[in-house]
Design a protein. Structure first.
Length: 187
């Protein structure tokens, strides 16, 4: 990784993250902190309560195994040597859906919002999907996450469905928005 001040995020892939045991250990700890802080602040990342360290270790182990099998991509974003975001996609497991993948998670430390981290992570994951031969990359987002939905649209995703009031968080209800990026339509 570069040292000193950077103008934008440094994006590492799973191979770079796992080739150095010290970097991998710091990545896991930092990823846990980011995910727990974001979920604790109300972010829609798949957990109601902040995930435990063990939950994050299990998740990252699953993703890294899928990456090694050619069924996923994992990216991490660093600013000034500090992990500020992570994201991954996983290939669908059904044999008939193998050319497709779901962008499962993009998480950016709140302190790094507005610095291009989410865009850089998502763009790298899109490039990974394209290079892997994925035909359609899908994602879903909570309807009140306007910043994320704007980002996804700006990168070429289109909405293909919406479940009104589907996500329940306490007394609050939010739409679940489904988006897709179809590489078959792009040259």
């Amino acid at each position: 990784m570069t040292s000193g001040m950077t103008t934008g995020p440094v994006i590492l892939d799973a191979e770079e993250l796992t080739s150095d045991p010290e970097l991998e250990a710091r990545f896991t700890e930092s990823a846990h902190r980011i995910l727990a802080d974001l979920v604790g602040g109300g972010a829609a990342l798949g957990w109601i309560e902040p995930p435990s360290r063990e939950d994050v270790v299990e998740l990252l182990g699953h993703v890294v195994s899928a990456v090694q099998a050619g069924d996923a991509a994992l990216r991490a974003a660093y600013l000034d040597g500090r992990l500020v975001g992570l994201g991954y996609w996983l290939r669908y497991t059904r044999p008939t859906h193998r050319p497709h993948a779901d962008l499962e998670k993009i998480a950016v430390d709140a302190a790094a919002h507005g610095r291009g981290v989410g865009r850089a992570l998502t763009a790298a994951l899109i490039a990974d999907a394209r290079e892997t031969g994925i035909e359609v990359l899908t994602l879903d987002a909570r309807g009140d996450n306007a910043r994320a939905l704007h980002l996804y649209r700006s990168l070429g995703f289109t909405e293909y469905g919406r479940l009104p009031g589907f996500v329940a968080v306490g007394e609050h209800r939010y739409d679940k928005v489904f988006c897709m990026l179809d590489f078959r339509r792009r040259s």
